[in-house]
Design a protein around this ligand. Sequence first.
Ligand code: G6P
Length: 309
Amino acid sequence: MSQNASPEVPQSLQALVDKHDFLSLSDSKTYFPGSKGDGLPLICVDTPLCQALLTTNGGQLLSFTPKGGEELLWVSPNCNFSPGASLRGGIPLCLPWFGPHPTDDTRPKHGIARTREWALQSAQLDDSGVCHLKLALHHKADELFEHDFSAELTLSLGVTPTLHLTLTNTGATDFDASWVMHTYFAINSLEAARVEGLDGREYADKVEGGKYFTQSGPVTFNGEVDRVYEDIQLPVTLDDGQHRYRIEGDQCPSVVVWNIGAEAGSGIADIGPDNHRGYVCVERGACLGDTWRLPAGQARSAHMTIKAA
Ligand SMILES: O=P(O)(O)OC[C@H]1O[C@H](O)[C@H](O)[C@@H](O)[C@@H]1O
């Protein structure tokens, strides 16, 4: 594709968008000028309650703004918008494994869902003005993941976003799946940022090779932070001095808190010097000891909601 060519939009997606006034199509170069890569089509949502952007690459929400409110999500100015790339920002879905593959570190980090093409299957605006977008991914066993599964992700976008995930084992053998909704929150100040609701809980510190420590007070950010908290049944709150967001859910007991820090961030192509200051990730899902066992033929569901607190 030449540098300026528009990314191709599948006919089925164009037809679905054409049916709904609250949907339109654009592309990453328009919304993220100066970003890297070949470009990706973007689905734009505009309802009385919110505006949002998403891409079928990874089934990823990239932007969410309640009407009259502020942008919730961060996208790196160095994000690589190319088909099949993992996009640095928004809410990527890490699935069917979180972090390195449990037994084979040649496989991609954070699983396969975030770099695959999802299908937008339906769109609907309900009576309360909430827009529901259903995305699906059907995986046939391959060398990267040896089990068949289907994942359905419904984005319910009102004054707040809710993400519903249903994972179905469509094959004949049981498997383990770990996953997270890896939200990049746009923040006002990394110095002021704190994550509350984890005081006294144990966490695996990935910066310290996975050793376990006990959280004391809120999580703050002074250098690289990469922590996994298991079995957290209550909401956690992110406060950046200007905004407070409550991240709650059902069936997503793991909480991951991550900021790359100045030193490591400057060496990552799609972050770059100083850009780590723009985000904090507070992720919810099921990983480490919370990993799902999914018997053949069975399904499990979870959802996460982000509310202004
Ligand atoms: O660079 P990525 O593969 O997108 O991963 C970004 C980050 O995701 C999670 O938050 C992990 O806990 C981190 O260890 C990881 O660095």
